[in-house]
Ligand binder design. Structure first.
Ligand SMILES: [Zn+2]
Length: 118
């Protein structure tokens, strides 16, 4: 299960970030998933739900596949897997976004300074 290990790695990073920011709790984890990342959002959500502490939510933002043309330097969104530059028709294109799985940010609940116990 690819998504289970992804969720585990994600939660480890979230834990570290939460500790760095002295968070009492993490309320939301926001990630960006591209179509070429190989991540299935539904499976990732399910894995996250199983592994994350209660109350922590996962927000998945689906990013479009973007490419850059090596011939005319134009950039464009790839639709229906059409890897062809709409400007000059070249197929010498490079995917610049949409092939990744990125931790975008986390929403934390800070420690209550009045209620904090050392
Ligand atoms: Zn082009």
């Amino acid at each position: 299960m690819h998504e289970i290990s992804l969720a585990k790695t994600l939660l480890e990073r979230v834990d570290r970030l939460a500790a760095e920011h002295a968070a009492a709790a993490v309320e939301e984890v926001r990630v960006r998933v591209g179509p070429l990342s190989g991540v299935e959002p539904g499976l990732l959500s399910a894995a996250f739900e199983r592994l994350a502490p209660a109350g922590m939510k996962l927000a998945i933002e689906l990013v479009p596949l973007r490419a850059c043309c090596r011939d005319c330097a134009g950039s464009f969104d790839i639709e229906r897997c059409c890897f062809r530059c709409p400007r000059c028709g070249s197929t010498d294109v490079e995917v610049v976004e949409g092939d990744g799985f990125v931790l975008e940010n986390i929403t934390i609940r800070p420690l209550d300074p009045l209620g904090a116990v050392p």
